[in-house]
Structure formats: C-alpha cells, structure tokens
Design a protein around this ligand. Sequence first.
Ligand SMILES: Cc1ncc(COP(=O)(O)O)c(C=O)c1O
Length: 443
Amino acid sequence: MNKIETGKGQELYLEAKKVIPGGTQLLSKRPEMFLPDLWPAYYSKAKGCKIWDLDGREYTDVSYMGIGANVLGYANEEVDGAAKKAIENGGMSTLNAPEEVYLAQELLRLHPWAEGVRYAKAGGDAMALASRIARAYTRKDIILFCGYHGWHDWYLSANLSNKNALNDQHIAGLEPLGVPSGLAGTNLPFHYNNIEEFYALMEKHEGNIAAVVMEPIRNDYPADGFLEKIREETRRTGVVLVFDEITAGFRLCAGGSHKALGIEPDIAVFAKGMTNGYPLSAIVGRKEVMEASQGTFISSTFYTERVAFAATLKSIELYQKYRVWEKQNEYGEMVQEGWKEKAEKNGLKIEVGGIKPLGHFTILGKENGLVYKTFFVQEMLKRGYISSNAFYTSYAHSPEVIEGYLENVDAVFKMIVDINARGKDVEAYLEGPVCHSGFGRLN
Ligand SMILES: Cc1ncc(COP(=O)(O)O)c(C=O)c1O
C-alpha cells in the first residue's frame, strides 16, 4: 500500500499548535478529528466541492462542506459577487447597512409566524442571544435543552451539576471550567424523542422555566408527535420554544426545518445553513418575545457588518431559485443507500443515521469504531477524498461525484473486511494515531 506523504499543511499545523492553544478555532476542524499527523490540515483554495491543500493537491470534499456552512458549494460566484460588491461600496460605516433590513424582511417572509429579527455572527452567539431573550421575556432562569447549541456559559453550565450531562448531547470531555458555578441547575438536558423525560422536567421545574431549546430534527425523525407535544406543553405553560436551525435549517426546505415538520416555534435561530460560508447568524421570533431584546442589552459593532448580510441575501435567493433542498435530499439518499449497499455487498456491518442531507455511518466490528473510521479516512485521502464517516450534501455535488465516491467506499470497505477476515487488525494498517472523538488538550 502506498503511504500518505505529509506536506506543508502538517508542517504549518505543528507551528499552529505552538501559537494557537488547541490548534484551531473549531473542534470539528482539528486534524486530529480526521487523521492525526497526516491530515492536509489547511487549504489554499476551495471551489465547488473541490479543495486544494498547501501543496496544490486536489481533493473532493465528501465530508462536511465547510462544517455545514457551504450549502451551495465553495466560492459560489454569485454569492461572492454580492460580497465583493458590498466590499467595494464599503463593508462598514457609521450608518447602517440596508441589507440588514432586506434580509430581516426576507427571513420574515420565509417564516410568516415571526415578526422580529436580531443578528449575531456565529451560531453559538445567536443561541446565547436567544437564551438571553427568552429569559428576559419570561423573567425565569431555567432552560431545558436537547442537543448541541454552542460553547457559551448558558450551555456549558449543564455540566456543572452533572459532569456527564453533555456526553450524549454533544461530546464527552467538556469541563465547565470558567463557567460561574452559580449557573448550576440553570440548563437541564432531555433526550430527543423521550417525551416522558421532558414532561418530568417540565413538571419538576414548573413556574421556573424560561425556554425549551432544541433542534427540531437532526439524527432522527420526530416520533409519536414528539414536537407537537412539546409545542403544546410549552404553549400551555408560557415557556418560549426555541428551535436551533443552525445546521438543520435550509436543508429540508427554504428556511427552517420546522416548516417541513409543520411546527412553529417562538424563536428560530439560523446561521451557517443560510450564509454559504459568510459569518452571520439570525434570531427570528414572535413579536412579543423579540421585543424583550429591547429591555436587555445586546449590542455589538460587528453585528452590523455589511458583507455577510449581502452574501446571505444572495445565498438565500439562490437556494430558492435552484430549489437546493431537492438536490441535498436526492444526493443524501444516494449516499445513505450507497453506504448500505456497499456494506452489505462486502459483508461489513454498519449503522447509518442522520437526515438525508446530513448523513453519517458507523462501522461495527471487532475493533474500536474510531480505528475503522481512521482507516477509512486514511484510505479515502489516498484516493483524493476529504472524507469522514459523515457526508453533508451540497448543490456543488453531483450524481457523478457521488457515484465516484461510492466506488471508492466500496473498495475501502472491502479492504477492511479482507484485513479482519485474514485475522489481522485494521489498527496495524494505520499510518498514524487513531482519530479523536471528542474534546481534550492537544499538548
Ligand atoms: C445545532 C447547532 N447549534 C449551534 C452550533 C454552533 O454554531 P457555531 O459553530 O456557528 O457557533 C452548531 C454548530 O455546529 C450546531 O450544529
């Protein structure tokens, strides 16, 4: 087997770890999450679904497409054209950017149940803002949450009263260091599709709950009227229902996934799904709830920056023009069915999950799942793919790209089965360490 030759990317990453604690700004972009010591790590150029590393080697991205931020594909000319025009006319001034208003109007047109919009830059910021608004509106402290919603104090505080609270909501190993201990008990987890657990928490903390914060959909489809029941209970008790649409939004339809699921929240939060890579997030909500943002201080210079507004407006326009959700779902189905078919053909056991545009799989066998994942990523890299055990589909993918990808998946699945069938361990064929699954110190 030919071995991976590392290049300038790994060299730079070693330098990065000397000056950037943790190496990168986003855990999901840490090379250790893919292929420790061997990952190309940095890109010189990205276009469509292609990425070029610092040595000019070309890859096809069949993993996360900008960690879910590039629904239309990389360097989309029309979106970037709108951004360039905004730059040419001044990305910042003492007066406000008109696109801020146009985008609010468009988001409200797409979500007729809502009447107010505020903005932030990152998804996590917007979730912190939504939590603040919900607490300000209800004058209550407790939040019940399900899933991942960013790095901020309100969220991480879940691990203060139970250090494992976030293990199965996000990832293991999240110490709430630096989060004031006084926040203990203010953010309590429940699990998706477990309505009894939800009801029990609602009852136990009745009268003290500000909000229920959750993704309407991510890995599983709602079962037995789960969302309807949550909507009914939050409405009955005056608790603000916040849907985090940061990743699920603009995947199933134009706007929040809640539209496709037929449930209207009180606040919906959007970010990377709508911007095609530009930094912007939006908190969209019912009038009376959003009015509470006038009573609590939320204000930031860069929340007014123009380029991301202009790019996002264009991104949402194109998303609708090309009915991008149809492609995301069509390609997602191809990918998920392809994984299953190739696994069955080779006699490999896998589990497939996630909604079609955000699919993922786990290889089951006698070795640790992370060993198989690392081997898969390693062998796919040699074949020119930036891969993981997930595939976020985009408009820049195509049936041809997916067919080519699946042919290579077939070959790598076969290698795994052959190695184990010979009584050998796949781990012995790893050219570097096993990939990481969660958060931790790097050095
Ligand atoms: C559901 C959800 N909420 C919040 C976030 C945090 O968004 P950001 O990384 O932009 O801060 C993410 C990011 O992956 C997400 O998927």
